[in-house]
Design a protein around this ligand. Sequence first.
Ligand code: IPM
Ligand code: MG
Length: 363
Amino acid sequence: MKTHRIAAIPGDGIGPEVIGAGLEVLQAIAARDGNFQVEVTSFDWGSDYYRRHGVMMPADGLDRLRDLDAIYFGAVGDSAIPDHVTLWGLRLAICQGFDQYANVRPTRVLAGLRSPLRDCSPGELDWVIVRENSEGEYAGNGGRTHRGHPEEVATEVAIFTRSGIERIMRFAFAVAEARPRRHLTVVTKSNAQRHGMVLWDEVAAAVARSFPSVTWEKMLVDAMAARMVLQPAGIDTVVATNLHADILSDLAAALAGSIGVAPTANINPERRYPSMFEPIHGSAFDIVGKGIANPIGTFWTAVQMLEHLGEPAAASRLMTAIEAVTQAGIVTPDLGGTATTAQVKVAVCQAIAGRNQASQGEI
Ligand code: IPM
Ligand code: MG
């Protein structure tokens, strides 16, 4: 039997609640499948670790993850520690250290859920946003000088490299090519940003020539935001810079019903390093410990993880189980329901086993 060796990093806030539920669901899906097992190593890194040790993870943290097959990550962020410290100390350190340059964010109105868009019928909002995850506005390039003086200066330099753009464009065109509509929107802002974004457009056009079956278009990010609200059905696969996709993916998640369902995969496509799978939502301090965190984003990202690990049957069975449960209305308060995290988890585990009123027989 195959063994997939997974690192679990629950992290901060509601991270431990949703990752705890996610690990149980993963074990249930492995048991149901019968062809693989999941071996989990947990790491207590994050803001509590920082309070004890002064760092978010140990100096050899990446080495301890390096040989594992995937990373299942909860959330990072703490009300008492600056966000840039927690983020750069853990999540971005892993993304950048493991060159997880492709960030994949599927968005869909799941069965039984409602989009806040009045005229959006199910199936009209089914997108994959591919986010450049290694450079651009998140390159970390810049500095501050003359601190505290009136002439203080801070620079935050967006870095765009030809190789960085080319690899994310190739990845995005390949994602678009594998989807039924074979349509890619390249988001840009090359009207105002005349260096990095113009290179972005040029490389997109060059890469497009290798994917003749994909129809593609270029769209300015502000117009794209409006289009996502007004004409969601025309969109399929989207590629955007680190910051543009960060913003558009929150909009996408909200339009699909709740940020609580949205998953994300930080992928190193060459598989030189483990890839990392997480819900989009973050720490959510306001609901920590209440037992009502929505675990669906964490379950959906487990689907992405199973696909990445080469378990497509288990991945699609898990997705079917998730939607059987959302369809049955067993959802947390952020989706208008009354279920707890644990109740959603139990319902998904039962649906996996084919023992749920929510499921139509065997899944
Ligand atoms: C995301 C998050 C992060 C980001 C935050 C936590 C810095 O919003 O994954 O979208 O901006 O990348
Ligand atoms: Mg974000």
